[in-house]
Design a protein around this ligand. Sequence first.
Ligand code: AMP
Length: 112
Amino acid sequence: MENCIFCSIIKGDIPGDILYSDDRVLAFKDVNAQAPEHFLVIPKEHIANANDASDEALMGRLSITAANVAKERGFAEKGYRLVMNCNEYGGQTVSHIHLHCLGGRQMTWPPG
Ligand code: AMP
């Protein structure tokens, strides 16, 4: 989609620190990391947010990819947090659905 920063990363028009890529999803480091480990997993097709998601297999692929990348990076056993923000109250700032994976430190609850 035009003017979507994550679509631009998928196309290679802007750089991303890519951790994993396959036919349907891409994982890359968050540019403004909120934990020692912080990456995003996105679908390669443009879906704005969780309200627009309908492909169960694709949504499952996002979570499984996050777990696999966390394992590869060696922080899965200690644990991590998966977060998907949706729209204004969820704090979503980029309108291309993405799953955050945060790890490498103790998380707190409740989230802000
Ligand atoms: P959210 O606030 O849930 O929409 O998350 C968007 C995330 O995208 C934020 O954590 C940003 O730091 C991250 N982000 C924005 N632009 C880029 C970029 N070019 N490369 C990597 N991460 C980005």
